[in-house]
Structure formats: structure tokens, C-alpha cells
Design a binder for this molecule. Structure first.
Ligand SMILES: [Mn+2]
Length: 360
């Protein structure tokens, strides 16, 4: 297992790489370039980023947020041009040692919350929060406005202004696109990118819908074990994997996370993991919790044990943390609570290795 950290780049991330390196056991990043969906990530841009990360003593084997253009998801005639760009990006990333690309195939919204800084009454910290009841009152345009206001000026992944500028048009275009049609478009995409991935030694890792159910009537096809069984069959290859995000899938208590990890780990279809905890507050109502099992409703020991047993060489990162100790930062992506999460998960890993034998 390699412990990694999401980092937005020195231009927009307030956390210096030096601090990331100082978290014990941190091997590298799940990094990204701040680029709109559909454009090529150029070699010189990737090189500058990778050189900077290596200079800080960290690896750069996983990238995130190589966003798939909506035209590809909708199956428009323009998709081929965007797929060609995506393939060029894959080739460029591989040249600089990237092994896994985390992406998603969610229409319009990568993820959704109704409050980005809900206070946790027990300790006065705050975290991301979702209550479907609040969503019903707001509607898509209102939630976009609220999320932008709550982000304290930080850019948020999946909420890039250029994507959301056309929100009303895009939502309209998705009317009539069923989950099966979206899957057909997904298959078309995978059939073109996965052979290139196989050739250059890269794995695509699909992130789940967050929260793990349909929203605003949009087709969503990645929020259960059954959904992912269909996705891995769209193109049967070790290059077609999932980024198993425990918090996203775990927002629905019907998803048994350790069991889902074992299912896909045994098939060698887990390219990367996001590990975080959630606290259930009611039906389609939850908040994000500290990583420690007892502070939420997911069993982190069983999650790490499933990784240890079935995919011990995967990349993991502590996912969203709470905002603690008065830190100011991008909601979910502060330094302090994610550093605590990494140490805790590394502690579980050490116990597993000392009990059952060294792995990963
Ligand atoms: Mn995630």
C-alpha cells in the first residue's frame, strides 16, 4: 500500500509540499493540473509539476481529476475529438511515470453537498454535510450558487466555473439520456482509451457517484457493487479499474464497503482507494467524520483489512477531512485532519502487517 495525499499544485493549494512530505509514511501525491475538461495536459506542464513533486521527495504515480468532457458522456458527435485529446493526455502522463488516472463518468456534478462547513456539535470542528431534504428545496442553480459561496474563494474539484456556466443547457441535454445510454457512451470511451492504457502501463480508476444515489433526475451509474460489475464488464481489462472511495459509496448504508473492496480487489480491479468515514444522520442525510472508526459509521479496520487481503499494493489516500484547529482551507482538503487520517490508517496497516505478515 502506498499512502498518498491529494494536492492541487503550488499555484492554488495553500499547503506547501514540504508539509505533505513531513506527514509520516507519505509516499507521494494524488496530484492534478487545474485544467478544463477536454483539453490536452501538455508534456511541459506535466514535467514542471512532476519535477516539483520529485524535488520535494515525493512520488507522482497517481493523478486525479483528468475530467471527461460532457460531450463524451452524452455521446455527441464532437466526442471523438475530446477522446483523442484524452488519449494524448494519457500518453503524456505515462511518459512521466504516472500509473493510475482517477476520473469519473458522472453527468454534470462530480459530487454534491448541501453544506460545506457544518459544525460538528460534539467538538466544534466542521465538515461537509448532505441532507437530501435541503436539496429538494434548492434546485441545481441554487446549490451551485451556495457551493461557490461556501468555498471561501477556493476552487473546488468538479465545480469548475466553465463547466457550470452552461449548467442549465447541460441539464436539459441530459433529459432523455437513460443509465443504459450513458453506459453505452461509457463503453465507447473505454474501448478507445483502455487499449492505449494497456500499451503504456496506465490504469483508469473510476470514482463513484457522491452521494451514492441519483440526483436531480440525472443518470448516475457508479454507486453500488452491481453498477461497478457492469462497468468492469464494459471493457474487460486490468486497465479498467475503480477508485474505491469509501466515503462516496459509504454515503449509502446499504453499500457494505469491506465486502465491495474484497469483491473488486480479488478481481484486480481496484486502481486506487480514497479512505474516509461518514456519520449517518438519517435517510439520505449524513456528514463526513474523522477517520477514526468510532467517530463515524464505517469500520476502518475492516476496510484496511480488506485492502490488505485483496489489493495490498494499491494507492490510498486519506480523503476529505474535517476543518480543525481553526485551519482555513479548501473545504474537505485541509492539512491537519487529513494528516491525522493518514497516520491512523498507517497505524492500522502496521498492526495488520505485524499480525499477519508484511505486505505492500
Ligand atoms: Mn473520493
Amino acid at each position: 500500500m502506498k499512502m498518498t495525499f491529494r494536492w492541487y499544485g503550488s499555484q492554488i493549494d495553500p499547503i506547501p509540499l514540504k508539509y505533505v512530505k513531513q506527514i509520516p509514511g507519505m509516499s507521494g501525491l494524488m496530484g492534478l493540473l487545474d485544467k478544463p475538461a477536454g483539453v490536452v495536459w501538455e508534456e511541459d506542464e506535466i514535467k514542471a509539476l512532476v519535477d516539483e513533486v520529485h524535488a520535494a521527495g515525493l512520488e507522482f504515480e497517481v493523478v486525479e481529476s483528468v475530467n471527461v468532457h460532457e460531450d463524451i458522456k452524452m455521446g455527441l458527435p464532437t466526442r471523438d475529438e475530446y477522446i483523442a485529446n484524452y488519449i494524448t493526455t494519457i500518453r503524456n502522463l505515462a511518459k512521466f511515470g504516472v500509473k493510475v488516472i482517477v476520473y469519473n463518468f458522472m453527468p454534470v456534478f462530480d459530487w454534491l453537498r448541501t453544506d460545506l462547513a457544518r459544525e460538528i456539535p460534539e467538538d466544534g470542528s466542521n465538515s461537509l454535510y448532505f441532507n437530501e431534504k435541503d436539496l429538494g428545496e434548492m434546485g441545481p442553480m441554487e446549490i451551485v450558487r451556495r457551493t461557490a459561496e461556501d468555498s471561501k474563494g477556493f476552487t473546488l474539484p468538479g465545480w469548475e466555473p466553465e463547466r457550470l456556466a452552461l449548467l442549465e443547457t447541460t441539464l436539459k441535454q441530459y433529459e432523455g439520456i437513460t443509465p443504459d445510454m450513458l453506459r453505452e457512451n461509457y463503453k465507447y470511451f473505454l474501448e478507445r482509451v483502455c487499449p492505449v492504457c494497456e500499451e503504456v502501463g496506465v490504469r483508469m480508476a473510476c470514482h463513484p457517484d457522491d452521494p451514492a444515489w441519483p440526483i436531480f433526475g440525472l443518470p448516475r451509474i457508479a454507486h453500488s457493487q452491481e453498477d461497478y460489475d457492469k462497468i468492469v464488464k464494459l471493457y474487460d481489462s486490468p486497465a479498467n479499474t475503480l477508485c474505491l472511495c469509501t466515503g462516496s459509496l459509504g454515503s449509502n448504508p446499504e453499500n457494505d464497503i469491506p465486502s465491495i473492496i474484497r469483491h473488486f480487489g480479488e478481481m484486480d480491479r481496484i486502481g486506487a482507494m480514497h479512505v474516509r468515514n461518514v456519520k449517518y444522520l438519517g435517510y439520505r442525510h449524513f456528514r463526513e467524520a474523522a477517520h477514526l472508526s468510532s467517530t463515524g459509521d464505517l469500520d476502518m479496520f475492516e476496510i484496511m483489512k480488506a485492502i490488505y487481503d485483496t489489493c495490498p499494493d494499491t494507492y490510498i489516500r486519506p480523503d476529505h477531512g474535517r476543518m480543525i484547529w481553526d485551519e482555513e482551507g479548501r473545504p474537505g482538503y485541509g492539512l491537519f485532519d487529513r494528516a491525522l487520517g493518514a497516520c491512523y490508517l498507517n497505524g492500522i496497516w502496521e498492526s495488520l502487517c505485524k499480525t499477519y505478515g508484511q505486505k505492500g
